[in-house]
Design a protein around this ligand. Structure first.
Ligand code: GLN
Length: 542
């Protein structure tokens, strides 16, 4: 029978519930258990795809094209749990499903209510991940205890424990134990109150994981245990991971959380932990030989979560190259300023992420020009690739007003244009070209050599494309089209020969990088940055 772990959060938001859930998943998987991960989000948007990165950080895209919460990125980086549209539910999606059933008459004349209809729908989303070959489902509940929005989710998990039996499910509550500088003390009261609220709803947490910046004293552990009604060893300290988020699982192991979960849920199949590969990755991260600075030039550069997967993929690639990657976040509109342009000329790599809308695009195009002319390793992703194409058209092929029809409709050279399949689309949510699609690479290209294969599968999220009509002009003008859809119609990868490393892709490779399996393109990009750093600014290795 599948066991269930529910992770809730209290006191404040942004506590790192996603990371803690992912770390627990990683530890149980490492013990030989088959794990599934899921996040339930209390907001009303059907998915985060329509939300601004300022509101919500990155939109994480799955193989099946679902646009999901960025915590699912942590799940994929930490575990091998297969994720799909069943892995992220929002209030909006739950309600649309219930309202759809109501319209079809499936409730047979009943008054449709939050309890039991919405809560039943939530429970069925949780149950959907359980099956004979799944040992544990970890369900993270978004939001903070006390929010009005999350009540139906908490009521659903309260009922769930009765449905499956208390012995088959376990509640982990993540809280903050703040340090008050003036009093020089850690404070446990917010944790007590948060657990008190949870208990009022009918959920008694089994484990309290305490985020803290200082070690929690034995007396404070006793206090938390007493007031929160748990054995003292079930109070687990999660000290801030100063060096890397990949240390979080180790902090949980130190407090035996994995072992206690195995016991609590009678997971008899569980083996001993073997974290050798994880430790190897962390030690590579710690023992780097060189530093490289990579500029990430984007519209949302100031928002720390907007390019989350890109930043993580750079860390993975750094470890694989024994390089400490310093990320310089440059808001693209700042490139109008001379000093920003100068700063950009002194980095070892320039990465242009994806994006939407006109603001900051001219700055991005300027960043491509600097990378191309100054022979700085360049990696363009999605809008980053489209900007690389526009820059090449304008400054090498002489098409002065080249642009994307996303930004201007009246163009002599619309080198990037709306995909045919998008022309009749009016709804904004879930309607882009989304999810995994195959790409055929050109033999002998830089991309092919990085991947070590010619057939790759990568995730997409876009409406605009390289305009096929200009294909031959670009090729004649020296741009290498090194990846296309198998029918040859969509350009997926472009690169430059006379440059140390200049590769731009229409897809999002950042979604497929893991600490122990860095993405080949990120790895090759950082390798080129390391060569630049060492002064070997030659044509690079193919
Ligand atoms: N705005 C561009 C498009 O829709 C790029 C999208 C992206 O970078 N994800 O095609």
């Amino acid at each position: 029978m599948t066991k269930h772990i529910f992770v809730t959060g209290g006191v404040v938001s942004s506590l790192g519930k996603g990371l803690t859930s992912a770390s627990i998943g990683m530890l149980l998987e490492n013990r030989g258990l088959s794990v599934r991960m899921q996040k339930l989000d209390p907001y009303i948007n059907v998915d985060p795809g329509t939300m601004s990165p300022y509101q919500h950080g990155e939109v994480y895209v799955l193989d099946d094209g679902s646009e999901t919460d960025l915590d699912l990125g942590h799940y994929e980086r930490f575990t091998h749990s297969p994720l799909s549209k069943d892995s992220n539910w929002t209030t909006g999606r739950i309600y649309s499903s219930v309202i759809g059933k109501e319209r079809r008459g499936e409730y047979l004349g009943k008054t449709v209510q939050v309890v039991p209809h919405i809560t039943n729908e939530i429970k069925s989303c949780i149950r959907r991940l359980a099956s004979d070959d799944v040992d544990v489902v970890i369900t993270e509940i978004g939001g903070t205890i006390g929010d009005i929005e999350s009540l139906p989710f908490l009521e659903a998990i309260r009922q769930f424990q009765i449905d499956v039996g208390r012995e088959n499910c376990c509640f982990i509550h993540l809280t903050l134990v703040p340090y008050l500088k003036a009093a020089r003390e850690l404070k446990t009261k917010p944790t007590q109150h948060s657990v008190g609220q949870l208990r009022q709803i009918g959920v008694q947490p089994d484990f309290i994981v305490c985020r803290t910046e200082q070690h929690i004293s034995s007396e404070d552990v006793d206090k938390i245990a007493l007031f929160c009604n748990v054995p003292r060893q079930h109070v687990v300290e999660e000290l801030d991971a100063d060096f890397s988020i990949y240390e979080v699982p180790l902090s949980l192991v130190e407090h035996n959380l994995d072992r206690m979960l195995v016991e609590r849920l009678s997971l008899t199949k569980a083996k001993e932990l073997d974290l050798t590969r994880w430790h190897e990755f962390l030690s590579a991260l710690r023992n780097t030989q060189t530093d490289v600075t990579i500029a990430v030039v984007g519209k949302y550069a100031k928002h720390k979560d907007a390019y989350k997967s890109i930043y993580e993929a750079l860390v993975h690639a750094g470890a694989a190259n024994s390089a400490n990657v310093r990320i310089l976040r440059i808001p693209s509109e700042n490139l109008e300023r001379e000093e920003t342009r100068v700063a950009l000329e002194n980095v070892q790599g320039i990465l242009l992420p994806g994006g939407f809308g006109e603001r900051g695009v001219e700055g991005k195009i300027e960043a491509v020009r600097i990378a191309r002319e100054r022979k700085i390793p360049f990696f363009g992703i999605c809008l980053g690739m489209q900007c690389a194409v526009i820059e090449y058209a304008r400054n090498v092929l002489g098409m002065k007003d080249a642009n994307s029809t996303e930004f201007s409709k009246e163009l002599e050279y619309p080198v990037v244009c709306l995909m045919d399949e998008q022309r009749s689309v009016t709804d904004k949510g879930g309607t882009m070209r989304l999810g995994t699609q195959p790409t055929a690479l050109l033999a002998g290209s830089r991309a092919a050599s990085a991947y070590g294969t010619l057939d790759v599968q990568e995730r997409h999220r876009h409406r605009y494309e390289f305009n096929y009509e200009y294909r031959d002009r670009f090729i004649d003008g020296g741009l290498v089209i090194s990846g296309s859809s198998p029918d040859g119609k969509l350009v997926e990868v472009v690169e430059l020969d006379e440059h140390p490393w200049f590769v731009a892709v229409q897809y999002h490779p950042e979604f497929k990088s893991k600490p122990t399996q860095p993405h080949p393109l990120f790895k090759a990009f950082i390798a080129a940055a390391v060569r630049k750093r060492r002064g070997a600014n030659d044509e690079g290795e193919k």
